[in-house]
Design a protein around this ligand. Structure first.
Ligand SMILES: Cc1cc2nc3c(=O)[nH]c(=O)nc-3n(C[C@H](O)[C@H](O)[C@H](O)COP(=O)(O)OP(=O)(O)OC[C@H]3O[C@@H](n4cnc5c(N)ncnc54)[C@H](O)[C@@H]3O)c2cc1C
Length: 390
């Protein structure tokens, strides 16, 4: 390493407990995740044992109540944990974010009995979750979903196909949005479906350009029967629950994006300090210095934006607009920064010998998941101008 080697991110953390948490996460990340990240992403291996370790260390329930085994951490701390994990391996950071999203419907809308029965195992008992909103014919227009849940005595019977499900086929529980009533958003209800439910099966994982260690698959629900005790919230409240979960989830995606962007910048800084051309380190050329300065500035701005949205959430204030802004800005930032990181490495950046090309491939998906960046602009526009005219 040259003396220009990047330093760990200096974090603003509210408590000593949070500082210790970040140290623990950095230690786990370096010891358990970093050594195998590149190779496992290459072959598409999901590191289940890492999630078991994170669960045992209390890192799969950080923003939830300690009454049910959560870590009771503010969102601003939880998101910085995600950033640290994603910087080392996006499959892990995004996986924790999706798991947290999957637990949200129960934690925020479940009854006391439901929370007591299911949450402890979800937050710290080694279980892994999935969130099922998208379908083959309904992505951005999620309210047009077609998966049906029909009442049968004290049960519900679910039929349909969910698409693009992160952890599809390996999750222990699925938070599923299904239609129980009229067309549109008011006819949707949320259910907690166990991974081993009869009639639930997963298609072969999608073959993706990046994030290959994280399985993404269609989930088929073929006469899946769950009791009414697994309905989350009221009948017809499912779409509200889904959107509310996504407000928080988008902050998770923003934090993951900044983690990947920071990793790309660190790679570029190290390389620029060591690579020599024209008898000097390339870091001495102003053309590259300006590029690196812009990358660092975009990252700092993104981190400040997601943290300020998180602090609104922590204070119990509305944060939906700011979450959409953070998701939009941070994921556009990671796309730009990873593209520039490849450029800083020149031809080597285009090879798998350095991680820059992996970061670039991972960045793209972040502009798509949990609402594309076009949808984030629509959300922001509605906050600014009200609903669009039809
Ligand atoms: C790796 C991966 C993991 C995922 N994980 C999950 C998961 O765990 N759970 C889950 O439920 N979903 C998941 N998704 C699905 C993801 O949320 C959707 O892909 C996303 O919402 C977009 O939907 P779509 O792919 O159907 O695109 P479409 O909605 O068909 O959009 C296609 C294009 O049209 C644009 N567009 C659509 N409508 C408008 C409009 N009104 N104005 C302007 N532009 C518009 C979009 O921005 C996009 O560019 C995942 C997707 C991927 C790729």
């Amino acid at each position: 390493m040259s003396d220009r080697a990047p330093q760990p991110v200096a974090r603003q953390l509210p408590t000593d407990e949070a500082r210790e948490l970040i140290s623990l996460v950095r230690e786990i990340a370096q010891r358990e995740i970093a050594p195998s990240a590149a190779e496992e992403e290459d072959v598409g291996r999901f590191p289940r044992e890492v999630f078991t370790l994170l669960s045992g260390s209390g890192l799969l329930g950080l923003p939830y109540d300690d009454e049910y085994g959560g870590g009771e951490q503010p969102y601003e701390v939880y998101l910085q944990v995600l950033e640290e994990l994603a910087a080392v391996r996006l499959t892990v950071g995004l996986g924790v974010s999706v798991h947290t999203l999957a637990a949200y419907a129960l934690a925020a809308y479940g009854t006391k009995e439901q929370c007591a029965e299911h949450l402890p195992a979800m937050l710290g008992g080694g279980l892994l979750g999935a969130y099922c909103l998208s379908e083959p014919a309904s992505g951005s227009d999620a309210a047009s979903l077609r998966t049906r849940a029909v009442r049968d005595g004290g049960d519900w019977v679910l039929d349909g196909t969910k698409a693009w499900i992160t952890h599809g086929g390996i999750a222990d529980f699925y938070t599923v949005m299904a239609r129980t009533g009229q067309e549109g958003p008011r006819g949707v209800t949320a259910f907690l479906v166990p991974g081993d439910a009869e009639g639930l099966s997963a298609a072969a994982p999608e073959r993706k350009m990046g994030l290959k260690g994280s399985p993404t698959a269609q989930i088929h629900l073929d006469g899946v029967r769950v009791s009414d005790a697994r309905r989350l919230g009221e009948e017809g409240q499912g779409f509200t629950i889904a959107l509310s979960a996504l407000d928080s989830g988008r902050l998770g995606i923003a934090a993951c994006a900044i983690g990947v962007a920071q990793a790309a910048l660190d790679t570029a800084l190290s390389y620029a300090g060591e690579r020599r051309q024209f008898g000097r380190p390339i870091a001495d050329f102003q053309g590259l210095r300006f590029m690196l300065a812009d990358m660092a500035t975009r990252i700092e701005a993104g981190r400040a934006l997601y943290l300020s949205a998180a602090r609104l959430r922590d204070a119990g204030l509305p944060f939906s607009k700011q979450a959409a802004m953070a998701k939009l800005h941070c994921t556009d930032t990671v796309m730009r920064v990873t593209t520039d990181a490849v450029q800083v490495l020149g031809g080597y950046g285009y090879t798998a010998d350095f991680p820059a090309e992996r970061y670039l491939r991972e960045a793209k998906v972040l502009q798509i998941v949990e609402g594309t960046n076009q949808i984030q602009r629509m959300v922001i526009g509605r906050h600014l101008l009200g609903p669009e005219e039809r």
